[in-house]
Write a protein that binds this ligand. Structure first.
Ligand code: AMP
Ligand code: TRP
Length: 335
């Protein structure tokens, strides 16, 4: 049997719905990669605890995020799709990794520094400081070869590599050293109302965000109202025409067409036509995914069962790595 290389990625359950950036930048790639890699995808609910959450809402967002992975094409019989907290080894390996990380090293992480700058030293919890070691544990437990993530997570994957190498050198080889696969800049989606800011689940205004679970009429309306410019030509120019360029990127990503071909098609036509067609493209892409997600959410017991089966598969791999690590660092085995 040929074993496929391993892939790991995850997303926080930080909203009721994914946005189109998550869909194009993460899910569409994941569903492609699950064919050639042995893929593990988690809903990282433990990471989500580093932000304030209503407990009932967190539970609901966790289910909804998992349902949208499946609805978007992650096959839970092919890839291993599970909830991070269902596999206790993640928190256990995190502890070991914190003992290998310098305090200064942790404090140098950009994401941590940004949050401290934004919320202040006391509002930023120790959980936020050790967040990258939990992410490293996610990745290292599965002997992961590649980690597809956005640019903002690259530094955390670099830290993961350092920790894997450090452990292997100090205690003997327990971990595969993973490679980050960073999303291309051209794959990034921007806010429809503020097209120089990355589209984000935590955007201030809803009008600039295309939610996967939005009603199709709402999706179409948001696209028709997207910020453009006064030039009137459908042309890609990230600097001069960020709004139109962003719409072109979405159009190209969802249709698999090249941007120049789309520019040609709309040459001499106004933004209205272009937006109307784009709205149709997005609605046609999202509608079946949305229906499937809502159907999965209508039967939470079945969804929970699928997640439990997948957590069982994840646990087999994770526990083997953790047992090896515990042995190597010198923890006494329970008789
Ligand atoms: P987040 O929930 O914001 O942490 O995003 C999870 C993943 O979705 C990221 O690692 C990216 O791969 C992808 N993603 C999020 N926002 C965007 C965006 N605006 N454009 C492209 N990809 C995105
Ligand atoms: N920290 C990542 C983010 O915010 C999510 C994440 C957690 C992750 N564990 C991971 C991504 C492991 C890749 C691999 O986007």
């Amino acid at each position: 049997m040929v074993t496929r290389p391993r892939l790991y990625s995850g997303m926080q359950p930080s909203a009721d719905s994914l946005q189109i950036g998550n869909y194009i930048g993460a899910l569409m790639q994941w569903r492609e990669l699950q064919q050639s890699y042995q893929a593990f995808f988690s809903v990282v609910d433990l990471h989500a605890l580093t932000q304030p959450n209503d407990p009932a809402e967190l539970r609901e967002k966790t289910r909804r995020t998992a349902a949208q992975y499946i609805a978007g094409g992650i096959e839970p019989s092919r890839a291993t799709l599970y909830v991070q907290s269902h596999v206790p080894a993640h928190a256990e390996l995190q502890w070991i990794l914190t003992t290998l990380t310098g305090e200064g090293e942790a404090r140098r992480m950009t994401q941590y520094k940004d949050k401290v700058a934004r919320y202040g030293k006391d509002a930023a919890s120790v959980g936020l400081l050790v967040y990258p070691m939990l992410m490293a544990a996610d990745i290292l437990l599965y002997q992961t070869d590649i980690v597809p993530v956005g640019e903002d997570q690259k530094q955390h994957v670099e830290l993961t590599r350092d920790l894997a190498e450090r452990f292997n050198a100090r205690y003997g080889r327990a971990f595969t050293v993973p490679m980050p696969v960073i999303q291309r800049e051209t794959g990034r989606i921007y806010d429809l109302q503020n097209p120089t800011a990355k589209m984000s689940k935590s955007a201030e205004s809803d009008a600039g965000v295309l939610w996967l679970l939005d009603d199709p009429a709402v999706t179409a309306k948001k696209i028709m109202r997207a910020v453009t410019d006064s030039e009137g030509s459908v042309r890609y120019d990230r600097q001069a025409k960020p709004g139109v360029s962003n719409l072109l990127v979405i159009y190209a990503a969802l249709t698999g067409r090249q941007i120049p071909a789309i520019e040609d098609e709309y040459a001499g036509r106004g933004y209205g036509d272009f937006k109307k067609d784009l709205a149709e493209v997005v609605v046609n892409e999202f509608a079946p995914v949305r229906e499937r997600a809502l159907a999965l959410l209508a039967d939470p017991a079945e969804l929970d069962r699928v997640l439990a089966v997948n957590a069982g598969r994840a646990e087999e791999v994770a526990n083997a790595t953790l047992a090896d690590v515990y042995d190597k660092v010198g923890l006494l085995r329970r008789a």
